[in-house]
Design a protein around this ligand. Structure first.
Ligand SMILES: *Cc1c(COP(=O)(O)O)cnc(C)c1O
Length: 431
């Protein structure tokens, strides 16, 4: 098997395009078994991220993506996106410093948090990350004190009457009707507001929510111009699903709205902050069944007041990752609906049973899924979950001493060759 180094702490296994993915899962599980290890592990397809970058550029050519680091701050992911020329949406000092350390220009970073600690604003000034969002007066005063030359984006609330998987509610964004008064305050403080941002929520299935938010941003642009500002940036936030069948039509609606309200001749720079879009499909997680029980029997009465136990045809499996680990997003309701649960060695045509999957901790609420249909599994069998790249590795704890999953990278050799052509001896970034 061919491996390439990608930075000093990351090896990428290269394989041909025709290699079935489940074969890769099986081989990795077998390899670990040889080493007497039973850890849960992620397989990361770096090639999938490359494809997502290509699809973005094809569907939204006017929109510059700034990857939302919080969604998955894996070093290899960040390094790859930096290599591909993507910008970054950072929300804290730590996120900014990681990106700056990768050698990314500060102009390719937006500090997209509207309620920032003063220390973080000071840090942004030090490293010259000068584009940042705000939605309240107090924030303007802090920015005036610590980074008066920053360029600001006013974050507005998205329209509320649309379906998104995870809405941000009232925590961030000002109402469109508050915009003028905030802009007046900014003007009085001598601050440079350069545009509008919004974030419609995570997991968008209908593009109309973007269209409505773009309309509302256009209104704020007009108000700002009336107040003497020269707005020239629109940031349409994140929320995009990565599945092409969902992304393409949503992107089409957004593109049409942008062409209508912000036609190219207006010379407005359009940016976005996609998180889950780039990473959700690239990561799969494989866990091992560490214990198994029959579902607790039901206590049943025979009608004469005599109680007995009635066995249920159901199984409970305990696996080595759970809601305090990579499945925390299940409890938040943001796990990907396209996730597939695939036993890696399914007995051919085996009967399927109602099954529950429990995490490994002592928390009685550490249940990942109930009522999934699975063939009967044995202790030591492995199960693969697809679509595990968004809001997974960043939300894990080591509660109960459960280790975090291992991470292995792979990529199709032709994609890798295009990324780092061997004849040009492209040096991989060393960080
Ligand atoms: C979380 C977040 C994003 C990314 O959201 P996704 O749904 O992962 O695309 C973008 N912008 C802001 C301000 C965020 O908080």
């Amino acid at each position: 098997m061919k491996h390439e180094n990608f930075g000093k702490d990351c090896q990428v296994q290269l394989h041909t395009e025709s290699k079935p993915f489940m074969k890769l899962v099986q081989e990795t599980a077998a390899e670990l078994k040889l080493q007497d290890k039973e850890d849960a592990f992620f397989l990361v397809d770096l090639g999938d991220i490359v494809k997502k970058v290509e699809m973005w550029r094809q569907c939204l050519p006017r929109v510059e993506p700034f990857y939302a680091v919080k969604c998955n701050p894996d070093r290899a992911v960040l390094r790859l996106l930096a290599h591909l020329g993507i910008g970054f949406d950072c929300a804290s000092k730590k996120e900014m410093s990681e990106i700056v350390d990768l050698g990314v220009e500060p102009s390719r970073i937006v500090f997209a948090h509207t309620c920032k600690p003063r220390t973080d604003i000071r840090y942004a000034a030090q490293v010259n990350v000068d584009l940042m969002t705000f939605d309240n007066e107090e924030e303007l005063r802090k920015i005036k004190a610590f980074f008066p030359s920053a360029r600001l984006l006013l974050r507005i609330l998205p329209p509320a009457n649309f379906n998104v998987q995870y809405a941000f509610g009232d925590k961030f964004g000002c109402h469109q009707l508050q915009a003028s008064s905030l802009l007046r305050t900014a003007r009085d403080l001598g601050l440079d507001v350069v545009g509008v941002s919004f974030h419609v929520g995570s997991g968008v299935e209908e593009g109309e929510v973007y269209a409505a938010a773009v309309r509302s941003a256009a209104t704020v642009f007009d108000e700002a111009h009336a107040l003497g500002f020269h707005f020239h940036i629109l940031d349409v936030g994140g929320g995009f699903f990565s599945a092409p069948a969902v992304f393409r039509p949503v992107a089409e609606v957004l593109r049409t709205a942008l062409d209508l309200h912000f036609p190219e001749k207006r010379k407005v720079r359009i940016m976005a902050e996609p998180g889950r879009y780039f990473v959700e499909a690239a990561f799969s997680l494989t866990v091992t069944v560490i214990a198994k029980r029959r579902a607790s029997p039901r206590v049943a009465s025979n009608g004469n007041g005599v109680e007995g136990l009635e066995e249920k045809e159901a199984f409970e499996y305990y696996v080595n990752d759970g809601i305090h680990g990579s499945f925390h997003n299940v409890t938040l309701g943001v796990c990907n609906q396209l996730m597939e649960i695939r036993p890696v060695h399914p007995p051919e045509n085996a009967k399927r049973h109602v099954s529950s999957l429990w995490g490994p901790t002592c928390n009685g609420g550490d249940k990942i899924f109930s009522d999934v249909m699975l063939p009967e599994l044995q202790v030591g069998d492995v199960i693969n979950f697809t679509q595990m790249g968004a809001y997974t590795i960043c939300l894990t704890t080591s509660f109960n001493g459960i280790p975090r999953p291992l991470i292995f990278y792979h990529c199709c050799d032709t994609v890798w060759e295009k990324l780092f052509p061997t004849d040009r001896q492209t040096a991989e970034p060393e960080k």
